[in-house]
Each structure stands twice: as C-alpha cells, then as structure tokens.
Design a binder for this molecule. Structure first.
Ligand code: TXA
Ligand code: MG
Length: 429
C-alpha cells in the first residue's frame, strides 16, 4: 500500500506528534506561519515523520492522490474528482482530530476509493437496497423513491410509523418532473436561491410517487442537498432518493457516519462516510401547498430569508402527538430525543456539584463543574452550536448519567431552529 502525506498547520502538528498515527501516514508536512517556523523546525528535528514546506496554497500542496490537508478546526481536504462539481478539492469536516485520522486510515487513497464507493452504492440503491449518506444537514437513510418495496424497508429499518412522510432528494432540477406538478414561479425562485441547500419544499405531488413516500398525502417534500458526495450518489443512481434522517424513529438525528452505524449499522446495506455534517440540524420544511406558505419545521434557512421572496410566511402551530391529521410529524412535541433525560434550565451552574449530571455549554465557562461538560462552541457561535449540537447530545447520552442539562439560545436566526430542537430533545416534566 502506498503511504499518504498529511499537510498540516503547526498547532495541529503539535497535536499529531502526541498521537499514535495510522500506519498509512508516511509523512506529516508542516506549513508553519512565519512566527512558528523555529518551533516547527524543532519538532521536525525530534520526529522523523515530520518535515517543513514553504507552500501555503492548499491546492498546490495536494498534488498526489494520497495527500491530505488537515487543520486544527477539523477540516480535512483532498483532491477527488466527483461528477457533481467542477472543483476536485473536497473538504470534509470532523468533530475531532482522531475522527479525521480514522477517516484517513479507512480511505488512504480517497481519489480512487470514493468514486468507486459512489458507483457501488448507487448500484445498491438501484437494486432497492438501503444506503445512508451524508448531507449538509444530517445523514439520510436513502432508498429509491420510485420503488415501493425499497421505501418500505426504510420504515422498517427506522421503526418509523407509516404516517410520517419522507423527503425526496434530487441532484438536478429535471428530476422534479416525475415528482411534483403545478410548480409555481415562486417555488422555482426558492429553488434557484436556496438549492442545493437546507430547504425542503412541500409541493403538489405527481402521480408517479408511491403513496408510501408521502404517507397518502397529495403533497410531496423535495430537497436538493448541498453535499458533493450526496449529489454524486444521487446522480450516479439516476433516481430520486427518498431519505429520512438515518436514526431510529424519535431519536436524535445522526451527524456522523459513526452515529448511523451505532443505530442502523446491522439493518442497512451501506454507509457513505462524508465526515461530520456542516449544518448539523435538519432542513427547514416549507409548505407551498397551504394558503400562505408555511414553515412546518424551522431550520437554517429562516423566515427572514424567505419573506423577501414569498412576502407572507406563517410558522405552523405545533401539533399534539394524539392529533391524527398532523401536517408534519416533525412538529411532534417529543422528537430528536436522547435516552438520558435532558432538561432545559435557566442557569446550568446550579448543577456544578453534581458529578452525575452532564452539562451542555454554548460558550466557555469558568464554573468548575464536577460532572462531564461539553462546550459545543467556545464563543456562542450559533452556526457552530447547530453543527455540533447532536454530536454533543449523543456524547453525553452515552455516559450513563442521571440526566443532562442545557440552556436555550437567543431566539434569532438559526437560534430559532436550535431552540426548537432543544425543546424537542428535552424531557417533559
Ligand atoms: O435535513 C433533512 O431534512 C434531513 C436530510 C436527510 O435531508 N431529512 C430529514 O428527514 O430530516 P425526516 O424524515 O427525518 O424529516 C422530514 C420531515 C418530517 O417531519 C416529515 O413529517 C416532513 O418532513 N414531511 C415530509 N414529507 C412531507 C409532506 N409531504 N408534507 C408535510 N411534511 C412532510
Ligand atoms: Mg428525522
């Protein structure tokens, strides 16, 4: 096997020099900032795996199929030509350096391995099998949306009730033809503005969509995800892909391939690993089939971005779990929930003496908590909170704690969607 080279910054090189690196990594090449040059030279003298480069331009560094660029924010870049984009530079995001190294160990030659996997997984989808794949929001559990048997398998793998309809994912606007009808100019404007991206549109369904996909409704939810691997997979399969979040029904959505494996690994044919999802919470679901366009589920694309295009937009009232005419089961009070009881509190520092209570923080704190703490964002950065929220919840949920606590964010921008998910994840008193 050929060895790969990892280009990195000096701070990351320091971290890497303290870790056991996968054996496929043959060299670590540091591109230090001016003021770090001396320290970087010392590191290279003490560790033969490390050397220096003056090159700063990422794409120029990544010349061979077995080169990676990794930074301290968990971004891993490599060259890999995919059908869905002109630019061969792919950048995946990881929550930890260890996760990024595990990816390198698994795919030391991504330029060769990933296109082959996409071909193979597209064939599985065409055969009616289940394939989980990354999107910018959360991982989806995909199946051929035109194949009723395949769609049925999604429901049984997830233990999802049949009353909950699925989103159909497309890679090209031409795929809308067989899915939706009477698509308005306004809808096309939304697509041109936000696709590919985290906006799901509920449209009038055309006759070809199996009623299982839409839970018997005359509407269909459609979205074009902004993820190069997802778009390539859908494109290679040549079919629209029905995909709910790839978790057991009611549980927190997965934002890494490992999350999918934990809950569904033994129930599905394949998982396409694309690192951690960059948005981290599910798409905005917008119905264009109501008198006034209605947000059924808040997401990254908020009402303020929709109003300039639509004029008037409503936010759906939440539906109770006993309501059988739910406009969107994502509106159920309890959803996206961990197993460990989770409470929303005004002041998490009241729990500082409880070693059996996990704490989720959205900014750095000097409080000496006795229990485990996950600081989702050091700086109260709402986009970072969204990206790491489900990872943090899952992490604490695996620690067998009495409960976990967290607080709501400012109800603004993506904070609206984050608070919506926090409330749904929270245990009712
Ligand atoms: O970001 C996302 O939307 C992710 C990724 C994989 O694309 N998918 C996702 O799917 O979150 P799921 O099934 O977990 O949530 C889809 C939501 C559900 O609340 C469902 O009820 C609603 O969309 N939905 C789907 N089709 C609908 C329809 N025809 N009318 C109203 N709501 C619909
Ligand atoms: Mg879901």
């Amino acid at each position: 096997m050929s060895h790969c080279t990892v280009f990195c910054t000096y701070p990351l090189a320091k971290t890497l020099s303290g870790l056991v690196l996968p054996s496929c990594i043959g060299r670590c090449v540091i591109s230090p900032a001016q003021e770090e040059t001396l320290q970087a030279e010392t590191l290279c003298e003490t560790n033969a795996l490390f050397s220096l480069t003056k090159e700063q331009e990422k794409q120029a560094m990544l010349a061979s199929s077995s080169d990676f660029h990794l930074d301290e924010k968990g971004r891993l870049s490599f060259l890999c030509k995919l059908d869905s984009s002109e630019n061969p530079l792919q950048t995946l995001y990881f929550h930890t350096t260890e996760d990024a190294l595990a990816f390198i160990a698994e795919y030391p030659e991504p330029q060769k391995q990933i296109p082959l996997l996409i071909e193979a997984y597209a064939s599985l989808l065409k055969e009616g099998k289940l394939v989980a794949f990354p999107t910018e929001t959360v991982y989806g559990l995909g199946a051929d949306a035109t194949n009723e048997e395949a769609v049925k398998r999604i429901f049984s793998a997830k233990q999802r009730p049949f009353f909950d309809p699925l989103i159909v994912h497309i890679a090209d606007l031409s795929q809308l033809d067989g899915l939706a009808k009477d698509v308005s100019e306004q809808a096309y404007t939304l697509m041109r503005t936000f696709w590919p991206g985290p906006l799901t549109l509920v449209l009038k369904k055309s006759g070809n969509v199996p009623s299982l996909v839409t839970a018997g409704s005359e509407t269909v939810a459609v979205r074009m995800p902004a993820n190069a691997l997802a778009l390539s997979l859908i494109k290679a399969s040549g079919i629209p892909i029905a995909a709910p979040s790839a978790n057991r029904f009611g549980y927190t959505s997965p934002t890494t391939a490992a999350h999918v494996k934990e809950q569904l690994g033994d129930r599905i044919e394949a998982i396409l690993d694309g690192g951690a999802c960059t948005v981290g919470i599910e798409s905005t679901v917008l119905s264009l089939c109501t008198e006034v366009p209605t947000i059924l589920r808040p997401g990254k694309i908020g009402i303020d971005e929709l109003i300039p295009i639509l004029g008037n937009v409503k936010i759906a009232q939440k539906a109770g779990p006993t309501d059988t005419t739910l406009p969107s089961p994502g509106l159920l009070d309890s959803h996206y929930a961990p197993t460990t009881p989770f409470y929303l509190v005004d002041d998490v520092s009241l729990y500082q003496d409880r070693s059996d209570v996990g704490v989720i923080l959205v900014e750095k704190s000097s409080v000496p908590f006795k229990g485990p703490v996950v600081t989702i964002s050091e700086t109260d950065d709402a986009e970072e909170v969204a990206r790491r929220l489900y990872w943090a919840i899952r992490h604490l949920d695996s620690m067998h704690l009495t409960c976990m606590v967290g607080s709501l964010m400012e109800e603004r921008g993506i904070g609206v969607a984050i608070n919506n998910r926090l409330r749904k994840a929270a245990t009712k008193a």
